[in-house]
Design a binder for this molecule. Structure first.
Ligand SMILES: Cc1cc2nc3c(=O)[nH]c(=O)nc-3n(C[C@H](O)[C@H](O)[C@H](O)COP(=O)(O)OP(=O)(O)OC[C@H]3O[C@@H](n4cnc5c(N)ncnc54)[C@H](O)[C@@H]3O)c2cc1C
Length: 438
């Protein structure tokens, strides 16, 4: 059996490893256009800030490990340029060749979005991705006027990375708040914190970059900024270009898949950021480009490609980030997302201490969204102790729980780090009133 995997990131290497573990006799070839496999784009901000010294340290396993320990035929610096039914064409520096496969996995990930404005290709303008990480790091150290465009979680993490190198960037965001996926109550707290350190410009749209050989100026609809380094974190899109010739695309042009990660063509699978999944809260197909779902959809694709049976139940878009001491997290839908999905919502926003009254502590701000029947739809939190609440919330949403389940879940209490009435429980009690519970 000849199995081809296109893309050696989280999804591709997990799937390849599963297939070899189940069927050691099968040949599994991974085509990876970069020199790295099993890399962690999530670590880029920490590489730029200097927490991680060498880029190769972001790779969970080396190419040699996969070749010798797992007997996977890994072909790095090899780009797949065309895919047809039962063949693909791969190119490396020496040659272009055809490879015939019996089973194929698309694990090509996502690509950074472009703004589509003049001057975006100038030297000194970088999108945040694996290919640019080393260039960004080199340029940050010598740049004087750094502009970060976009304040989604990648923009926020890159802002902190730049600040840690002693630079004060300007951050430009087209929406009226940072982290626009979150609701205004949560984003407002981050805004206050960011404004202490950076020049945060909200509701501003980049219209062009200018410069002779290199970027010198960034122009928005409201202002002009000196700029010798621009870091663009303006969103991602599925990398499904080579797939669309043979398989159907779905949400946001991600590859359409079923719960076994099968595409519209027999023996062809897709996993990770290039693939569509079911959103567990809405029950609808969605595009959720995050690392944990990428690893798990890779696992499920690998199992099914190997001839066993495993279904992927869907994703919750569970996410955590931080800005210095502020932890920030979200799972499921924010209220504005829920309304857009057609839900009639109720919500509770609570601010709570994170320890017993008699001990030193921090604050957590938490928002819980439910529908009018009491079914939980989403959680957002910012402050201290966020991770514990988002983990708990993820489990509750995965099990399609309601406000009563949230209230009665037995969360542990220990005076220095939690509350006897946990903020999650306080939010549930607030919601009782809104849905007519006693
Ligand atoms: C800066 C940054 C920070 C992030 N932080 C987080 C985080 O904190 N938490 C989180 O959950 N997620 C985070 N993510 C998202 C996470 O990195 C992705 O969800 C995850 O890497 C997806 O894995 P994947 O295998 O689907 O794709 P990728 O890791 O992108 O791997 C796809 C691979 O396919 C290769 N490829 C593409 N086309 C071809 C081709 N034609 N031929 C050969 N090879 C090809 C690419 O070179 C790449 O190596 C972050 C992403 C970025 C960019």
């Amino acid at each position: 059996m000849e199995v081809a995997v296109i893309g050696g990131g989280a999804a591709g290497m997990t799937a390849a490893s599963r297939i070899k573990a189940i069927n050691p006799g099968w040949r599994v070839v991974v085509f990876e256009k970069s020199q790295f496999v099993s890399h962690a784009p999530c670590g880029i901000p920490f590489y730029v800030s200097g927490f991680v010294e060498q880029f190769k340290d972001l790779c969970t396993y080396s190419v040699d490990f996969f070749r010798s320990e797992r007997e996977i035929d890994v072909r790095t610096n090899t780009k797949v340029v065309e895919v047809g039914e039962n063949y693909l064409i791969a190119e490396n520096i020496e040659k272009s060749y055809e490879y015939e496969w019996d089973k194929l996995l698309f694990a090509t990930g996502a690509k950074a979005d472009f703004l589509g404005v003049e001057g975006e290709n100038l030297e000194g303008v970088f999108h945040v991705d694996v290919e640019n990480a080393q260039k960004i790091k080199k340029n940050v150290l010598k740049a004087e006027n750094i502009v970060i465009v976009g304040s989604g979680y990648i923009g926020v993490e890159m802002t902190e990375a730049v600040l840690r190198l002693g630079k004060r960037p300007t951050v430009i965001e087209i929406q009226e708040r940072p982290l626009p996926e979150y609701d205004a109550e949560i984003a407002a707290i981050l805004k206050v914190e960011m404004e202490k350190y950076v020049n945060l410009k909200l509701s501003e749209t980049v219209v062009a970059f200018e410069g002779k050989d290199k970027v010198e100026k960034l122009i928005t609809n409201k202002n002009e900024y000196k700029c010798d380094l621009a870091i663009l974190a303006v969103g991602m899109r599925p990398n499904s270009e080579i797939a669309k010739k043979i398989v159907k695309l779905g949400k946001k042009n991600a590859i359409k898949t079923d719960s076994r990660m099968r595409t519209s063509l027999e023996n062809v699978f897709a996993a990770g950021d290039c693939a569509e999944v079911i959103n567990i809260v809405t029950g609808k197909p969605d595009w959720i480009p995050l690392a944990a779902p990428a690893n798990k959809t890779g696992y499920v694709a690998g199992v099914n490609m190997a001839g066993k049976d495993l279904e992927y139940p869907g994703s919750l878009k569970s996410q955590i980030t931080s800005f210095f001491e502020l932890e920030i997290g979200k799972v499921g839908l924010s209220e504005h997302e829920a309304i857009k999905e057609g839900f009639e919502t109720v919500s509770a926003f609570v601010t709570s201490r994170t320890a017993a009254r008699y001990l030193p502590d921090g604050l957590i701000h938490l928002k819980v969204v439910a529908d009018r029947s009491g079914k939980l739809l989403g959680f957002q939190a910012i402050g201290k102790g966020v991770i514990a609440r988002i983990y708990a919330a993820s489990a509750l949403l995965y099990n399609k729980c309601n406000i009563k389940d949230l209230f009665f879940t037995d969360f542990p209490y220990y005076p220095p780090i939690s509350r006897v009435w946990d903020p999650l429980v306080v939010a549930a009690r607030n919601l009782f009133r809104k849905v007519g519970l006693p």
